[in-house]
Design a protein around this ligand. Structure first.
Ligand code: NAD
Length: 363
């Protein structure tokens, strides 16, 4: 998600209008129990691409809000990365442990197929490669498939590389050099992306501190990367140069901001700012350089895009490397405008959509 503003609208069309979605599809099937929502935010640049998440939402309103926020975020992520993709996302309402069946997934696949390629799905929270194989049986509009099925495989290493590039660009702005040699870096969450990121940081000779929800995972990573392991809440109080959120969203909030002692925040987690309009400016005030999340974690999307629109590992890595330059531009732009990096990145994405929209206005 790009923006965490509190919605003022509560009606369905009111929310759709506020986020400016093109289309929202409600999918229902009595036999399988399928209840899903597909959010298509913007297709000016290309087909709306974004994963399908299955979650036991406590209300339908919560599910709708999630799909609207997430699909909008995908629009900005694609636009700022120079991809010819729009933003979309889908949510399936229900407990993935008890409700997910082959029939339900294939029924969902048929709804995706009905959109004729306007929406392309992929894996997200609580969806596995096997689930995508079922969806693929009913629609060809699926991406992020395993390499054995001709897909682009695990996006995490590419996401980590882009995050590393964004972190270096932010370090250059903060410290005058993009070398991470000797820099003290706190990594929150050592899952798929976090672990690949640690490999880059260790290679550069950074001094690492880490934490993870799973203690064994944290200890293992600590031993592997010669890192200090700290408790879940202690990560915010570390005397470090860079804080790298690689677990959850909203970790930059009223409680944590006053505790941070770093000069740079750069991580792969989505939706790091609890409220972008409050915590974006607050970081600037504290003298902390923030590398916008949807910009520096776009490597995974760049990887998936290669599967849909063509490309190979080399072109994917080259394009992901550009995150360094785009981050540099965005940070300079924010400073010139007296705004904050997340706002500057959002505006840059919107400007590209508007400009390309005009290009496409004639046949
Ligand atoms: P993951 O589930 O593999 O790793 C997340 C890790 O964070 C896990 O090890 C988990 O135990 C840990 N964690 C959870 N809560 C925590 C807490 N409170 N404190 C510390 N650690 C905690 O996920 P991932 O694929 O590595 O993705 C990490 C983040 O990056 C997510 O926010 C994801 O949305 C975002 N992201 C991932 C990709 C990708 O390519 N995988 C792309 C873009 C964005």
């Amino acid at each position: 998600m790009v923006e965490t503003k509190v919605l003022t609208e509560t009606s369905v069309f009111g929310q759709v209008a506020e986020y400016q979605h093109e289309q929202v599809v409600f999918c229902h099937d009595h036999e399988t129990g399928l209840r899903a929502i597909i959010g298509i935010h913007n297709t000016v640049l290309g087909p709306a691409l974004g994963g399908t998440r299955m979650w036991h939402y406590t209300s339908e309103a919560e599910a709708l809000n999630d799909v609207l926020r997430l699909s909008r975020g995908m629009t900005y992520k694609a636009a700022i990365s120079g991809l010819n993709l729009g933003g979309g996302k889908a949510v399936i309402i229900g407990d993935a442990k008890t409700m997910k069946t082959e029939a339900l997934l294939r029924k969902f696949g048929r709804f995706v197929q009905n959109l004729n390629g306007k929406y392309i799905t992929a894996e997200d929270v609580n969806m596995t490669t096997k689930d995508m194989e079922y969806i693929r049986m009913e629609t060809k509009h699926v991406s992020g498939l395993p390499e054995s099925m001709g897909g682009s495989g695990d996006p995490s290493p590419v996401t980590a590389y882009g995050t590393y590039m964004g972190m270096k660009a932010a370090a250059k702005k903060a410290f005058g050099s993009d070398s991470l040699q000797g820099k003290r870096i706190a990594v929150q969450g050592v899952g798929h992306v976090g672990t690949y990121l640690l490999e880059y940081l260790q290679k550069e000779g950074a001094q690492l501190v880490l934490t993870d929800y799973y203690e064994d995972r944290a200890l293992q990573a600590g031993a592997r990367f010669s890192a200090k392991v700290v408790g879940l809440d202690e990560i915010y109080d570390q005397e470090v140069d860079i804080y790298s959120p690689c677990a959850l969203g909203a970790t930059l909030n009223d409680d944590t901001l006053r505790r941070l002692k770093c000069q740079v925040v750069a991580g792969c987690a989505n939706n790091q700012l609890a409220d972008e309009n409050v915590h974006g400016p607050a970081l600037v005030k504290q003298g902390i350089i923030y590398a916008p999340d949807f910009l520096i974690n776009a490597g995974g999307l760049i990887n998936v895009c290669s599967e849909v629109q063509g490309g190979n590992r080399q072109s994917v890595m080259t394009q992901t490397e550009r995150i360094y330059d785009i981050t540099t531009q965005v940070l300079a732009k924010a400073e010139q405008e007296g705004s904050h990096p997340q706002a500057a990145a959002t505006r840059q994405a919107e400007e590209r959509i508007a400009a390309i929209g005009k290009v496409k206005s004639t046949y």
